[in-house]
Design a protein around this ligand. Structure first.
Ligand code: SAM
Length: 278
């Protein structure tokens, strides 16, 4: 796709950006950017049902990868629509906020809210409130900034880094272990990825793992919880074949980064060496 940032139209008509440094776009072009936020993150997180049921009077969400802020806007819109007085905390980790975000627009019902968020960002604010929602974007290397959250508890983790092969440092057993330590027992970790090293790491960390409903005929995503309850049909039990692959495929080995400091190339190289010949 070339070596410059560019706007790309996705299947649902919303736009995303292509990032040349990672060689990937911020959202799935074939699934649709907004649809991905809804169906791979918000709905599988079970937060809509839990807020409707009154289980959660306050909601806290941790996101890995703020990107263009689409997960934020979609989540705020839908949760505040159900419970306008909800107290919500949204913490997102990213290395940077791309200045190109200013060039993006979202259609209704998200357009106005997105403009409010972008205005805060354009003023250089990384912490701001919108109604009862407090947003904090922690800028820096996520393996470092995550350490500042020690002792906190989140009701959902949105894991939205670039793909495991291109962004390996954020998909290791050790990083996922940190996330598990921050997730409430009834909470859900959710992601678009179904990569075997990631699913295997979740398994080794003791999570209960689900597939999430595929968008169209494309691949599903993954959700995982220590002790949460599935409340909607966006979560599907793993098939026998999926379970077998996690348990027995020679490629089902977690990426490793014991010091949370290895370069991503080294993490990938070590993984490939481990599974070599399989
Ligand atoms: N959730 C976003 C949205 O809704 O628009 C999309 C996130 S995008 C796929 C992935 C993000 O992860 C990028 O913005 C990138 O800067 C960030 N990222 C990648 N590696 C990182 C690292 N090691 N530390 C912090 N942020 C990182």
């Amino acid at each position: 796709m070339g070596d410059v940032f560019k706007k790309v139209e996705t299947a649902d008509g919303s736009y995303t950006l292509y990032n040349p440094l990672f060689g990937e776009s911020y959202h799935s072009v074939s699934a649709g950017a907004l649809r991905e936020s809804l169906e791979k993150f918000l709905f599988p997180s079970q937060l809509v049902e839990r807020v409707k049921r009154g289980d959660l009077k306050e909601v806290s969400i941790l996101e890995i990868g703020f990107g263009l802020g689409y997960n934020l806007v979609v989540t705020l819109h839908h949760l505040l629509e159900i419970a306008p007085n909800l107290r919500l905390r949204y913490v997102s980790l990213d290395r940077e906020i791309t200045p190109l975000i200013g060039e993006l627009r979202l259609p209704n019902p998200y357009g106005e809210l997105y403009e409010r968020i972008k205005k805060h960002l354009a003023e250089g604010k990384t912490s701001f409130s919108i109604g009862g929602a407090k947003v904090e974007i922690l800028l820096g290397e996520a393996r470092e900034t995550i350490k500042t959250l020690e002792g906190e508890r989140f009701d959902a983790v949105y894991h939205d880094a670039f793909s495991p092969k291109r962004n390996a440092e954020l998909w290791t057993l050790e990083f996922l272990g940190k996330l598990k330590g921050l997730l409430d027992e009834r909470g859900f970790w959710v992601s678009y990825s179904t990569a075997l090293p990631v699913r295997r790491a979740l398994y080794e960390l003791g999570f209960r793992i689900f597939s999430t409903r595929p968008i169209g005929r494309r691949s599903p995503g993954t959700a995982a919880t220590p002790k949460g309850e599935p409340l909607n049909d966006y979560l599907l039990p793993l098939t026998e074949k999926e379970r077998e692959r996690i348990l027995r495929s020679p490629k089902a080995k977690p990426y490793r980064d014991p010091c949370l400091c290895l370069p991503r190339e080294e993490i990938l190289k070590n993984y490939l060496r481990e599974v070599e010949g399989c």
